[in-house]
Design a protein around this ligand. Structure first.
Ligand SMILES: [Zn+2]
Length: 534
């Protein structure tokens, strides 16, 4: 199988934060894991670049939107690299490939009768000469009368409503009172695909809470989806229109395909052949806030475009910090790049992975828990195996391992298999708990056998056997940890004079000699984290 895997496209108006890191680490670990099996996986992402917020931000900064998105694109790419995310391609939705594919998909839906035009009334800012998106209108809630609420929903009573129903609406852009103006929009008739979408749920979602949410939505009549926006708008023109644009949420998921198509060009691969190949599976990792777009709109678009490779949309919960939603005003906002000033990428990768599973509940980053987990698991358990055993081989056996010391390794084989299937099912927390359970067992074995006493008491052969047994498991655990901590595991493998290994190397006699143990990873101290939450 060839898996084409994506994470949600980050919006190109601000740097990435720790919530983005959660998702890209989850995705990257799965892609790396697949590449340790007989399957192949490639990770694609892109900048999400269109829409009103980017247009207005660029205007505020006095630059063209192209300039803003290019700068943020470079910034995001750099952050991906710093977290050791192994991307096949990081493209942009503002690209030739996306323009062509978006137009094709739009046309295809239109030709098949899924898109129709309809005149609608909207709030319009005459000063700024722009139709106002819900986020750019404020007024009093039509239900509870609370002031200063946005055009789509009330934060006080939780009601959702039409912006036209807002009491005393004001444009956030000019502080003026908007007028009501008519305009023709293009609508995608989602409900026409309701039957297909219902039958498709089981195929593309394996998570129960997601499946029931989708069924709940599909049991009601699906509303037509407004897929056009009037000028001024930063995006792609609707085919055959001068002043109307494709809504950013329609061209954004097409950006997944555009990133793949752009990549194929460097390898002389035919994009259509690849995407329509029976052995190609498209897998998306997303947060639970964009389920509607990815599990209703996107499959509907793909259906009308006759693309059948969508295999699964995998959903995770939000990242909270110290139990609270991340927010600048609450002072618990952690930018991705800034996090790396305090600890190496692999530490975050390990910690976040240790909390991830198939559940869609929120995942909390707590500083005390982070420090405790890294010190206890990585230093106290995992690395400890090498630090207690490696140097006996160096001192007493010219660095050589005792051949075929695989009793322990074979004893654990069933658990290795279980761990691999847990990673495959994205039950990372269970997989990592099992890995640490095995590390505990090896450490207990070393403590019982006391190789240091054996060395002192003339039992060198026995000492070397215990160390060799332990190091083979250490190597196996390193193989299983590779997807989560690419940097630390590659250091460990090089201490064991090995290159990258895959799952077929588990339980095999591939270490010949080892290097002197170097304590290359360090404990975390709370005092070094001052300022991380500012
Ligand atoms: Zn209200």
């Amino acid at each position: 199988m060839k898996y084409l895997v994506t994470s949600a496209l980050p919006y190109a108006n601000a740097p990435l934060h720790l919530g983005h890191v959660l998702e890209i680490v989850q995705t990257d670990a799965w892609v790396r894991h697949k590449n340790l099996t007989k399957d192949e996986a490639l990770y694609f992402c892109a900048s999400d670049t269109h829409g009103t917020p980017i247009m207005l931000k660029a205007k505020d900064m006095g630059v063209e939107p192209e300039e803003l998105i290019e700068e943020i694109h470079a910034n995001h790419k750099n952050t991906f690299e710093k977290f050791n995310i192994n991307l096949a391609n990081f493209h942009s939705t503002h690209s030739e490939e996306n323009k062509k594919l978006s137009a094709e998909i739009f046309k295809s839906a239109q030709d098949k009768g899924y898109i129709h035009k309809k005149s609608i009334s909207q709030l319009y800012d005459e000063k700024e000469e722009i139709f106002l998106a819900d986020r750019f209108i404020k007024g009093s809630c039509p239900i509870c009368k609370e002031e200063d609420q946005y055009g789509d929903a009330c934060e006080k009573c939780g009601s959702t409503y039409d912006a036209l129903d807002l009491i005393n609406p004001i444009s956030v852009l000019s502080n003026s009172e908007p007028v009501i103006k008519e305009s023709e929009h293009y609508f995608f008739e989602l409900n026409k695909l309701s039957k297909f979408l219902k039958s498709n749920i089981k195929k593309i979602s394996k998570q129960d809470p997601i499946k029931s949410k989708l069924n709940e939505w599909l049991d009601e009549e699906l509303k037509d989806w407004d897929v056009s926006r009037d000028a001024p708008y930063f995006g792609f023109n609707i085919p055959g229109e001068e002043n109307k644009f494709i809504y950013v949420w329609m061209d954004a998921p097409v950006g997944y395909l555009a990133s793949i198509e752009n990549w194929t060009k460097s390898f002389q691969i035919n994009f259509n052949d690849l995407i329509n190949d029976q052995n190609t599976k498209l897998v998306h990792f997303i947060g639970k806030d964009i389920v509607y777009f990815h599990l209703l709109f996107w499959p509907a678009m793909l259906k009308t475009a006759e693309i059948e490779s969508l295999d699964e949309v995998f959903v995770h919960g939000f990242l909270t910090i110290e139990g609270m939603k991340m927010s600048k005003s609450k002072g618990n906002f952690i930018l991705a790049d800034k996090a790396l000033d305090y600890a190496p990428a692999d530490y975050y990768r390990y910690y976040l992975s240790s909390k991830l599973n198939t559940d869609i509940s929120d995942i909390d980053f707590s500083l005390d828990d982070f420090i405790q987990k890294i010190n206890s698991d990585l230093i106290g358990k995992y690395i400890n195996i090498g630090s207690r055993t490696q140097n006996f081989l160096v001192k007493l056996n010219e660095s050589k391992i005792v051949a075929n010391s695989l009793k322990k390794s074979h004893e654990f084989e069933d658990t290795y298999k279980e761990i691999i299937s847990q990673i495959d099912a994205r039950e990372y927390s269970k997989a990592l708990r099992n890995i640490m359970m095995l590390a505990d067992k090896v450490n207990a074995y070393v403590s019982t056998e006391e190789p240091w006493n054996k060395a002192k008491n003339g039992m060198e052969k026995e000492c070397l056997e215990v160390c060799s047994e332990s190091l083979n498991v250490f190597k196996d655990l390193t193989i299983l940890l590779q997807s989560f901590m690419p940097e630390i595991t590659s250091e460990v493998l090089s201490m064991l004079n090995l290159d990258k290994l895959n799952y077929s190397d588990l339980g095999s006699d591939n270490i010949e000699s080892v290097q002197k143990f170097k304590p290359f990873i360090t404990r975390l101290e709370k005092t070094n984290f001052e300022g991380i939450l500012d």
